[in-house]
Design a protein around this ligand. Sequence first.
Ligand SMILES: Cc1cc2nc3c(=O)[nH]c(=O)nc-3n(C[C@H](O)[C@H](O)[C@H](O)COP(=O)(O)O)c2cc1C
Length: 163
Amino acid sequence: MSSDALAHLCESLDGPMAIVTAFDGRERSGCLVGFHTQCSIAPSRWIVCISKKNHTYGIAQGAEWLALHFLRSDQLGLAQLFGAVTDDVVPELKFQRCEWRAAGGGTPILAGCDYIFGRVLERIDAGDHVAHLIDICETGNPHPAAPQLGFQDVQGMRPGHAP
Ligand SMILES: Cc1cc2nc3c(=O)[nH]c(=O)nc-3n(C[C@H](O)[C@H](O)[C@H](O)COP(=O)(O)O)c2cc1C
């Protein structure tokens, strides 16, 4: 399959958009992600892939825990903040512009979001992204009623970092 054909195929899909957040003991960071999936039921595990170019990647490298927030259709503003802005220039800028609290270990949990939180068990070099295997230890579900925010809702968004 040509890369054009693959891009065309991917553009036609509508995966759920999420925000991954991390804390390495010094700094907090986070970015919008489309590359994530549940990968085990018992034990409960999830995989999230972070681009090696993103500021979040450097922080996630040193993080023991990660949180993943599943966005709903009324949370486009949060998607914009974490997907179209990079913390390369002003560290923790995104966290000055949204509400959050610190979970165990200091990882930011974004206010009003459905989320999972867990320990990073493994990191797998997947190419230009690194897959982080999360062992889920906490789930929050404050916002279940609204439809999900999917890739088709944010397809035109320009990433803060070129992929
Ligand atoms: C629709 C969309 C999907 C994205 N999916 C991912 C992804 O799966 N993994 C990733 O690392 N970055 C992804 N990004 C890019 C980052 O969210 C974006 O470059 C962000 O600004 C990086 O911020 P940072 O440099 O502060 O980490 C996506 C961006 C958009 C707009």
